[in-house]
Design a protein. Structure first.
Length: 279
């Protein structure tokens, strides 16, 4: 079957060829980290998440911290049935949430795997936001918490860093759809069990672009929790420096001015290689 799982719309038959995401038709898991505590407190919870890192990516940003799995590709392959069995083989009571990391290019396969599967903890869709609203609607039945990283406002940045000049046009509609499907954020003991948390990573020299993303959120996604991140760490390809404290401070002040103060603000000290997971 031809793949139109994401806005790249490659139309390739993934049983025979690979599209932009560089993955075949089977779900490929690069790494699993149990009791993962590095997400926001309302996602990691007290026990930590069951973090499942998928191989490949439909965005493949030049500065990706998980370059080895998003660009190079590695890991174990599963059919939808096998993935469901694999997931259920964990003692899920040991975790606060199931954190599906970079899952977009396996959307259809994950829906096939998890539809009707009554899981005892929230399923988190931890994505880049480069997704089609129609697919977000289909994901509604398997996802509890949408966790998109809303990356760029300018088309130049989308093109330069992710070869997606339409990133903002696409992601802004996807995140609006997520908000429409999750109009209220529901917590249980501090854990987000159903809702939306919008991430944004500040890039060096891109304060104005980040401010424009926050302006859009304030105007169009009222009441949404935002998680601002300063952890950008230079990788092989650009940008080649860290975020300056002054840049991050300016963005924090802007968020405060817009009233976006119900989420999380990462400390500037997070811009450290220690935040780059090893694979
Ligand atoms: S999921 Fe992969 S193959 Fe399918 S449209 Fe997106 S990038 Fe192309």
């Amino acid at each position: 079957m031809k793949c139109f799982d994401c806005p790249r719309r490659c139309g390739v038959d993934r049983s025979k060829a690979k599209g932009f995401c560089n993955e075949g038709e089977k779900i490929r898991v690069a790494k699993v980290i149990e009791n993962f505590a590095w997400e926001e407190p309302c996602i990691s919870g007290e026990k930590g998440a069951l973090a499942i890192f998928f191989s490949g990516c439909n965005l493949r940003c030049s500065f990706c911290q998980n370059y080895e799995i998003s660009h190079v590709g590695k890991g174990e392959e599963f059919s939808p049935d096998e993935f469901r069995e694999f997931l259920l083989s964990f003692d899920l009571e040991k975790f606060s949430s199931i954190d599906l990391i970079t899952p977009t290019h396996f959307s259809s396969a994950l829906i096939a795997a998890l539809d009707g599967c009554r899981l005892p903890l929230p399923v988190v869709w931890n994505s880049s936001g480069y997704e089609a609203p129609a697919m977000i609607e289909r994901l509604d039945k398997i996802v509890d918490v949408f966790l998109p990283d809303f990356k760029y406002y300018s088309d130049q940045n989308g093109q330069a860093f992710s070869k997606a000049g339409d990133y903002f046009a696409v992601a802004s509609e996807a995140v609006k759809k997520m908000r429409q499907l999750r109009p209220v954020d529901k917590f249980e003991n501090g854990l987000l069990v159903r809702g939306l948390l919008i991430r944004h990573l500040l890039l060096p020299g891109q304060v104005r672009d980040s401010m424009a993303v926050l302006d859009f959120i304030a105007q169009n996604l009222k009441g949404s929790m935002v998680s601002l991140m300063s952890q950008f760490t230079p990788q092989k390809f650009g940008p080649h420096r860290k975020v300056l404290p002054l840049e991050y401070k300016a963005l924090l002040a802007h968020a405060e001015k817009l009233g976006l103060d119900s989420g999380y603000f990462q400390d500037i000290s997070a811009a450290d290689e220690n935040f780059v997971p090893e694979f």
